[in-house]
Ligand binder design. Structure first.
Ligand code: ZN
Length: 330
């Protein structure tokens, strides 16, 4: 079975409907997996990899699984937020949705709420009752490819392992999170809202924004095949995972003052660091006075590096993912 359904997510002030397309593949018997891309509209690699997957699933002459091979249902929404997609943006402009400019802070949505809340509620109607969710995002060229899951949710962790990026980040939310992060409405992320409803959910962050990156698309395709195997939609087992699990949002080395940040040679995404390792210098551009030597505050793996050199006080210069011990519920 393959169907494509055009649905209306919300209506704009002019009366123009906000529409998107929901693709369904499989037999209807067995587990259901929901995959969406581009709820941050400038994050395009998920859209492209879903197109590639569609090509494989619907062309019987091609290598790879056909939709008749799926022992269950795969639901795919290649453009979850057409509004930010059209603006090549992360959030909507103020006049469209001042209450929830970031769609990924308002799940499970509200059919009588703001435009984004209505859009999320309409997609949530497709989601209710599914067995797993993959919400495809992209980071930036400054960020290592990784997959995020809710810390402490073992089913989501196993789903992340099946997706298979080398780095998995466990993210705290709600009461377990630092106040700073809790205040950023992480509870309203699709992944967090769905995990709390008992649906294992992951957020892969693949490749870079605004550009279709072949390596990111390939990694995402492999990831979805691994997820389908893990869920039993496809025969076989996912590749065994032997990467690194770490905590999200800790180990952020911030600029102590504003200036220009020059990264030391040899600093690379994915490198392991010890406490005190130096990354570069922030200096005062008119006097050349050094203001800060950026150093690691912990042992871990470098997963983000600020490559735009003009920095302001408090900005994150380097992100260090702190390894988590192997524990059953980590
Ligand atoms: Zn995103």
């Amino acid at each position: 079975m393959y169907t494509a359904e055009r649905i209306t997510l919300a209506r704009l002030p002019s009366g123009v409907p906000v529409e998107t397309t929901v693709h369904r593949y499989g037999t209807g018997e067995g587990p259901t997996c929901y995959v969406q891309a581009a709820q941050h509209g400038r994050e395009l690699n998920g859209t492209e990899l879903l197109r590639r997957l569609h090509g494989r699933l619907t062309d019987a002459d091609r290598a790879g699984p056909h939709h008749t091979d799926l022992a269950g249902t795969l639901i795919a929404v290649p453009v979850a937020d057409p509004l930010t997609f059209d603006h090549v943006s992360y959030t909507t402009p103020e006049p469209i949705d001042s209450a929830a400019p970031n769609m990924n802070r308002c799940w499970p949505g509200d059919p009588e709420g703001s435009i984004h809340e209505r859009m999320a509620a309409r997609l949530w109607a497709e989601i209710e009752g599914v067995d797993a969710i993959v919400d495809l995002h992209t980071g930036s060229p400054e960020m290592l490819t990784h997959t995020v899951y809710l810390r402490g949710d073992a089913d989501s962790r196993r789903l992340a392992e099946a997706f298979g990026t080398d780095l998995l980040l466990a993210e705290a939310a709600g009461d377990e999170a630092d106040t700073e992060w809790d205040a950023r409405d992480f509870d309203g992320k699709l992944r967090v809202a769905a995990t709390r409803e008992g649906i294992p959910s992951i957020t892969p962050e693949l490749g870079s924004n605004k550009q279709v990156d072949p390596a990111a698309v390939a990694a995402g395709l492999d990831g979805l095949v691994g997820v389908c195997r893990h869920l039993g939609l496809l025969d076989g087992e996912p590749e065994p995972w032997d990467g690194t699990r770490a905590r999200n949002h800790l180990g952020r080395v911030r600029a102590s003052d504003s200036g220009l940040f020059v990264v030391d040679e040899g600093v690379e995404l994915g490198m392991a660091v010890e406490p005190g390792a130096a990354f570069g210098t922030v200096y005062e551009p008119t006097t050349y006075e050094p203001l800060q030597t950026a150093t690691a505050d912990r042992e871990g793996i470098v997963y983000s590096v600020a490559r735009e050199s003009t920095v302001t006080a408090g900005q994150t210069l380097i992100g260090i993912a702190e390894r988590l011990p192997t524990e059953p519920n980590g």
